[in-house]
Ligand binder design. Structure first.
Ligand SMILES: *Cc1c(COP(=O)(O)O)cnc(C)c1O
Length: 396
């Protein structure tokens, strides 16, 4: 077989098992409604929770930044790419998170791989929730540390695994690092953060919390999982992104100034990459400002969330353990999930099917998300379509 045939063969295998992934092109701004191939759809799969991705203030801030600073940062931050806006955004982020300092990464994927690879190496132990995001998994792999997987959100299991690594006769690990998402991206449930914090503090370990879906969503003022749970130990590491609720792009690690200096020196995804461009930082700064001045946005998001989730449950759908704007609808079978998504699409609803390896085998679901930008009419129309399509396919 030549290489083309091999690749074709693998793609065909994916197609036959209903696992082939293809791109759909959106021809409008990202919002509650989007245009695909000339037709308007209610968008139920964006992580733009606060509807900021098409916000006039963000767009204005971007235009101004381009006029003043141009389009590209030109180099890594450690060479000539460190600009005023990087430092302004880091300051604004630290203030927002209530931490000593913050460091920018070019994306959440790069933040997780970079932070974990920097802090953990051979001889260390990482404890990772079984449903953690691929970027966390890849960070663990890059680190060469020994990885222990604990049961989803199970602080007791985490504790017993850590205990095992401290028992006599077991080889001594230098560092113990626990890593978890706060809002799980495919399930929409929330980690019992206080329990996890207690365990990691008992063993004087390091805790990394991924707030990708909690930034701008959880907590009274959207500051994330630490605000939600009232955790204020700033020695823990809070990673989060600007690309979801904040409508921009990029990511941060918030924590101590010492951590920041350490990551600047050790995180390869920080060191060996061109710095974020000014326009992206300008959008993120504007988004943080909006979030801190507009208390209604978060309220609208949560009212919409409850409305949609209750509507789906009332129809008889299994929305799993969802407690957030991420509302999965459990289907199970891959082909069924694909057909469900396709029929919703025919009826003007864009909601993506989630298949392995993103979720476990047999755990296929339609992952829906609602945002503060969805109108009451969007939600009512969506529930109507879910009712009709669900009955047609025998799902409810
Ligand atoms: C989206 C996501 C990331 C990656 O963030 P990007 O900025 O999109 O690269 C990391 N962790 C979790 C849990 C996510 O959902």
């Amino acid at each position: 077989m030549n290489i083309d045939n091999e690749l074709l063969h693998e793609l065909r295998e994916l197609k036959d098992s209903h696992l082939l992934r293809v791109l759909k092109r959106v021809d409008s701004a990202q919002s509650s409604r989007i245009i695909i191939e000339g037709k308007e759809y209610i968008n139920l799969c964006s992580n733009d929770y606060l509807g900021l991705a098409d916000h006039p203030s963000l767009k204005e801030a971007v235009i101004e930044s381009v006029k003043k600073y141009g389009t590209g940062a030109g180099a890594s931050r450690l060479v000539s790419g460190n600009m005023e806006l990087h430092e302004t955004l880091e300051g604004a982020t630290a203030q927002f998170k209530g931490t000593e300092d913050a460091l920018l990464f070019n994306s959440g994927y790069m933040a997780n791989t970079g932070i974990i690879q920097a802090l953990a190496s051979e001889g260390d132990a990482i404890f990772s929730d079984e449903l953690n995001h691929a970027s966390i998994i890849d960070g663990c792999r890059l680190s060469k540390a020994k990885v222990f997987i604990y049961r989803h959100k199970d602080a007791g299991h985490l504790r017993s695994l850590i205990m095992q690594t401290t028992e006599k006769g077991n080889r001594a690990y230098r560092r113990r690092i626990a890593v978890t998402e706060s809002v799980f991206s495919m399930d929409g449930d929330i980690v019992p953060l206080n329990d996890i914090v207690k365990v990691i503090e008992e063993f004087e370990g390091i805790l990394i919390v991924d707030d990708a879906h909690a930034t701008g969503v959880l907590g009274r003022s959207g500051r994330g999982s630490f605000e939600h749970f009232g955790v204020n130990n700033s020695s823990h590491i809070q990673m989060g992104t600007y690309g979801k609720a904040l409508g921009s792009f990029g990511a941060y690690a918030a924590g101590t100034s010492l951590l920041k200096n350490y990551l600047i020196n050790k995180a390869r995804t920080f060191i060996y990459t061109t710095a974020l461009p000014p326009s992206v930082m300008a959008a993120s700064i504007a988004a943080l400002r909006i979030l801190q001045n507009d208390e209604e946005l978060l309220e609208v998001l949560w009212v919409t969330t409850r409305l949609f989730r209750d509507g789906l449950s009332a129809l008889g759908y299994n929305t799993m353990q969802s407690e957030t704007p991420i509302i999965p609808i459990y289907v199970g079978d891959t082909e069924k999930a694909l057909r469900f998504s396709q029929r919703l699409f025919d009826e003007g609803i864009y909601a993506a099917p989630i298949r392995p390896p993103t979720v476990p085998e047999g755990g296929c679901r339609i992952r829906t998300t609602v945002t503060a930008a969805h109108s009451l009419e969007d939600i009512e129309r969506s529930i109507e379509v879910f009712k009709n399509v669900g009955r047609e396919l025998g799902l409810i």
